[in-house]
Design a protein around this ligand. Structure first.
Ligand SMILES: [Fe+2]
Length: 408
């Protein structure tokens, strides 16, 4: 994280004697990245954070489910709207696609999760709908629709959805998820050209204390899931300070950057992870040159697979494609994608009639290695999507092949 926060009680200096009201020493814990030479926080526990009483391996069907290559190559459309709802935001994840850098899941959660720690990498959880209380060793964040909640590797936390449940996209990285380096000064301050800044990031309100003994925590590692039982409740931190903590950023606080003619997705970049980026497409003025074509041009990013999650608004560039709110598309390297035929004419007519803004909101993840497809995706695929551009251009597809590959 790019800046310093403190919460609760902390001692005057690092690594000095710090006692509670009964005279007992608090247990100091460093949570740090990259082996003492990157961002870290110091947490002060009422009990030893090392005391465990049991360790059990858990079956993790998602981790071991087959991942199939996108073969034969196709653009894909998955309707998360059609996936089953229920469960919690940790064990109820329905894996959609993955590679060695990132795993992308959908969850329609309505139950509290167990305590959970991802020790394989950071997570970014995007809430498309609903709200939840995010409880962690750093304190509580009230998360609402449109929030990205960034959870650093190793943070013990749990998700408590509000009544009515929530829909979320969960991004599990094999490393750290951070604001793009180019948005930050040499020392980590958000620069003036960045589309968001420190004031837009919401940290935990303060320490969260809970009593309990023999408390289970699900730990994700690259080997799978373990249930570790702690002797004391992990929510026993009386204070912490540092640069490493979970935080929320709402997509409505992203300040879009516009040009006279169409700007490419790097202006929408929100976070970066190892070998992937996360971008936010937000409501904004349409490109305003009198000759502008104010929707995307056809494009082929030869080094990327592009996943798009359509979260709000009206997608004029995709009319007739079957894509709706909650849809996920995958446009892989090897395939040129762009607006549906007829969309350019339609948006230019709209501009002539006085339309000046777009209300579309989407979350995009570009990966620099191909994404493999998982079971969640398979059960929600729209088999007609790949031919939608041809149908719009020609009115039919004369050699339609619905061969979606093995398992589809
Ligand atoms: Fe694209």
């Amino acid at each position: 994280m790019p800046y310093y926060r403190a919460a609760g009680e902390i001692p005057r200096k690092r690594h000095v004697r710090f006692r509670g009201p009964a005279g007992n020493f608090y247990a100091e814990e460093l949570m740090g990245e990259e082996g003492f030479v990157s961002d870290s926080s110091l947490l002060y526990h009422q009990h030893p954070p090392t005391a465990i009483v049991k360790s059990e391996g858990l079956s993790d069907s998602a981790a071991h489910a087959p991942l199939l290559p996108n073969h034969p190559l196709l653009p894909r459309h998955f309707r998360t709207q059609d996936l089953p709802a229920g469960g919690d935001l940790v064990l109820g994840r329905q894996l959609m696609m993955a590679n060695d850098d990132v795993r992308i899941s959908f969850a329609a959660a309505d139950a509290d999760s167990e305590l959970y720690r991802n020790s394989a990498g950071d997570e970014a959880v995007y809430l498309r709908s609903g709200s939840a209380t995010f409880e962690s060793v750093y304190g509580v964040i009230e998360a609402r629709a449109g929030d990205y909640v960034i959870v650093p590797r190793g943070t013990i936390h749990r998700w408590r959805p509000a009544g009515g449940g929530l829909h979320a996209l969960v991004v599990e990285a094999r490393g750290h998820i951070r604001p793009p380096r180019r948005y930050l000064s040499q020392f980590g301050q958000f620069l003036e050209h960045a589309p968001y800044c420190e004031r837009d990031l919401r940290g935990a309100a303060g320490p969260l204390l809970a009593d309990g003994e023999d408390v289970p925590v699900i730990v994700r590692t690259s080997a799978g899931l373990t249930r570790l039982t702690y002797a004391y409740h992990p929510f026993d931190v009386v204070g912490w300070d540092g640069y490493l903590y979970p935080y929320a950023f709402n997509i409505a606080d992203f300040e879009p950057i516009v040009k006279r003619t169409h700007a490419p997705p790097p202006v929408h970049q929100t976070f970066e992870g190892p070998n992937f980026v996360i971008c936010s497409f937000c409501p904004r003025p349409l490109d305003f040159d009198p000759e502008a074509v104010p929707i995307p041009y056809n494009h082929h990013n030869v080094d990327s697979d592009e996943m798009m999650y359509y979260v709000a608004g009206d997608y004029s560039a995709r009319k007739g494609s079957g894509v709706g709110l909650g849809s996920i598309t995958l446009h892989p390297s090897g395939f040129t994608h762009g607006p549906q035929p007829g969309a350019v004419e339609a948006v230019i007519e709209g501009v002539a009639a006085g339309k000046t803004t777009t209300d579309e909101t989407a979350v995009m993840i570009d990966t620099f290695r191909p994404l493999l497809l998982a079971g969640g995706a398979r059960s929600a695929e729209d088999p007609e999507y790949a031919w939608s551009w041809t149908k719009a251009a020609r009115g039919n597809v004369s050699s339609e092949s619905a061969d979606l590959g093995p398992g589809f």
